[in-house]
Design a protein around this ligand. Sequence first.
Ligand code: SF4
Length: 346
Amino acid sequence: MTTAKTLRSPQALADAGLIAPERLPALERVAAQYSVAITPGMADLIDAADPYDPIARQFVPAEAELQARPDESADPVGDFAHSPVEGVVHRYPDRCLLKLNHACAVYCRFCFRREMVGPEGLRPLSPAALDAAMAYVAERPAIWEVIVTGGDPFILSPRRLREVMRRLDDIDHVKVVRFHTRVPAVEPETITDELVAALGSPGKAVYVALHANHARELTPAARAACAKIVDAGIPMLGQTVLLAGVNDDPETLTALMRALVETRIKPYYLHHADLAPGTSHLRTSIEQGQALMRAMRGAVSGLCQPTYILDIPGGHGKVPVGPGYLTDGCVEDPAGGRHAYPPRAG
Ligand code: SF4
């Protein structure tokens, strides 16, 4: 169905026909804990008659979210342990996150920052906090890349984004600025020429990483929004979360990676879903993720291959988790054949 406004409550979802009214009491409890928002573009993509709809599964709250497991955590990737000043997460020497805001255009049911994001989540950075964050970056020459994230920085006004870029322009040792966003796919009409112009910088390489989990998210409008960004000379990368019931089969994952490449977005990371509270129904095992990567390796262009990544709980950083092709002096080919490497003489 077509909606005019972002749906922000279980009642709004029921009114739009996306949930059955009898689910309201339980889903009100979910929404009291974790924010809800589905943009008109994403609501339009949902087939309400399909109980397994992969778009609904990402954005429509589920009763299972009330069941947090002991191995899940409010801060699964350890942002807090690496936050020296408000708005900055500095885990690796040459780069840091700059979290300008904690609101998003949509709220993903698997979000690893689900305890922090939302209209009721942490406040956006105040002018004083932004000053302190910029001073932190300026005082550390080792910071080569700033990753602007949130929340979703693309829901900020072009004026605000331009101001942030202008301030980063003044820091010579920052050579790369990367924005992380879902907006070009979930609210493509807001990718205006003004917003794209605000990202430009004469002295920095600017990248935009799009978070997308299913090929259906790359609608004609989303592709046009991404084309505006790429045509402005800003390369795009793809980030995908591996999600049970959304993209955990080779055909669906391949279709997504191809759709990204066709949109001139290089698949960068396939994230193993983090241990965020109440998200176990959306997680696969690492073995399933490795099997998917193996299936794609044999069948799909190298351009379409992301790196399968685990963010180690507790803030220990991201590592690729395979699969590996070189074991015990043998390398495995895409069809599963094993070959000695280096080849044995004779
Ligand atoms: S857009 Fe990103 S930060 Fe916002 S809810 Fe989704 S995953 Fe979380």
